[in-house]
Design a binder for this molecule. Sequence first.
Ligand SMILES: NC(=O)N[C@@H](CC(=O)O)C(=O)O
Ligand SMILES: [Zn+2]
Ligand SMILES: [Zn+2]
Length: 345
Amino acid sequence: MKSAITITRPDDWHLHLRDGDVLKHTVPATAQHMHRAIIMPNLKPPVKNAEQALQYRNRILAQAPQGSQFDPLMVLYLTDNTTPEMIREAAQSGHIYAAKLYPAGATTNSDDGLTDLSRLKELGEALAENNMLLLVHGEVTDNHVDIFDREKAFLDNILADLVAKVPNLKLVVEHITTKDAAEFVQSQGDNVGATITPQHLSYNRNDMLVGGIKPHFYCLPILKRNTHQQALQDVVASGHKRFFLGTDSAPHAKGAKENACGCAGCYTAYAAIELYADIFDELGCLDKLEAFASFNGPDFYGLPRNTDTITLVNEPWQVPAEFDFGSDVIVPLRATETINWKVKS
Ligand SMILES: NC(=O)N[C@@H](CC(=O)O)C(=O)O
Ligand SMILES: [Zn+2]
Ligand SMILES: [Zn+2]
């Protein structure tokens, strides 16, 4: 068994930092080991234009630890009022790399998301022209579509068509959860990639539902059956270069998770790279960790790879039961459990 592994410094290509006082906690958690992170714009209210994105970026940078090189890569939230001109302005700002599609109603703070998906062609063309990516929360929201089928329905009914209509658009299917999504991305050309979270690699819906309902496993898209989990594990173990690290770390206060109507999202940023190292180790593919965490993301985005390294050592440690975020208490994924890998400081 390996006792240490040194990899190029990773980045997180899908992260929720939230806003306000919690930035004091969320920003250092990610900045401790990640150089860059794609910052999700689903605030209340959302980050809808370049000016709001740059202001949000400054609030994030104000909380980065002294001497940190942390670079928040900002994202525009697409609404029914987003115009190609707004996309151009965002591109010119120098800090906004992508726009995010939240089908209205699909997930946390998506109410202002796009309702008229026929506009995707026009918006996608504007993004491609400005060298920006489209990031998608890939689930349909139709009431009659079962929650476990919503990702596949989105690929079949919306995404396949968009890729065909705007083939030069770089597009990331975020936080994929199904064999269908893994196959969809593999079947596409170089402009379609995907992020995979620690929770979707580690768990399936039995973990969430057998023996009692466990709200800290509830995230969107929802955990699927074990055959889908297996397909995600297989694709990372294969080392496919269009799949990369995106934690989707999405903290919600303990009381909002342990609730009659609990919020969707798992908090993983406290140990992001360690969680993935644990999973890859268990899958017997630690040799694939560096590309997944540190090469595939920047290569897909067309950004330089990081040049420094981090070292992970095999030193088991126990995850706290809770993190104190000032006025909120956050229960992390794998609370009280043991993680085998630790970044050497
Ligand atoms: N993944 C989640 O379950 N929740 C995310 C939103 C999202 O990424 O869909 C959040 O912002 O809480
Ligand atoms: Zn999402
Ligand atoms: Zn997310």
